[in-house]
Design a binder for this molecule. Structure first.
Ligand code: PNS
Length: 176
């Protein structure tokens, strides 16, 4: 490809607190659709995530190192502004079930209204991960459950350690 304009660039925004196997599956599949995929980790100071934005970025970088066209950055503010700054024309989101649909549709329509040049595409989550969310992983981990089937292998000890450090996890905000 000769220039940035000719590249198919997508952004995959989210909280990723922590990244799950479901997220990783969406990243792997999206990386085959785009020339460059930028995973955007929302800082969102209004919420109190388990992992800092920096930690979340590093964890995703680590589990996507086999994907040369994937970059990971954190961002604050609107996803469409982040997409614009990355020269992306597409926002990727995963759809797990019909319960996701209303929120995702509203967000996609709002984003399209704000920036008609940027479309949202949805990838249907692999059925193996349809029930999975970061918040449910945090909850299972907080109660000492086995999370190895839910997050990439190298993320397991990091979640356990973080839960220990934060004294049983404390109260974290509802982030998916
Ligand atoms: O992983 P999540 O928490 O479901 O991701 C939600 C996210 C980060 C995609 C969404 O909250 C978002 O885009 N936040 C940034 C602010 C924004 O652009 N909001 C959408 C306007 S409708």
């Amino acid at each position: 490809m000769s220039s940035e304009e000719n590249l198919r660039i997508g952004v995959y925004p989210g909280s990723f607190d922590p990244i799950t196997r479901g997220h990783l599956d969406i990243i792997e599949r999206s990386s085959r659709i785009f020339d460059r995929l930028v995973v955007g980790v929302l800082i969102n100071s209004a919420k109190k995530p388990l992992f800092s934005a920096d930690e979340r970025v590093k964890m995703i970088q680590s589990v996507t190192r086999h994907l040369p066209n994937v970059e990971v950055r954190f961002f604050d503010g609107l996803t469409v502004d982040f997409a614009q700054s990355e020269h992306a024309h597409v926002i990727v989101r995963g759809l797990r079930a019909v319960t996701d649909f209303e929120y995702e549709l509203q967000m996609a329509q709002m984003n399209y209204t704000m920036r008609p040049g940027i479309d949202t595409i949805f990838l249907t989550t692999d059925l193996r991960y349809a029930y999975l969310s970061s918040s449910i992983v945090r909850e299972v981990a907080q109660y000492g459950g086995d999370i190895s089937r839910f997050v990439p292998e190298e993320i397991v000890p990091l979640v356990k350690q973080k839960i220990r450090d934060s004294d049983g996890g404390g109260q974290t905000q509802e982030v998916r």
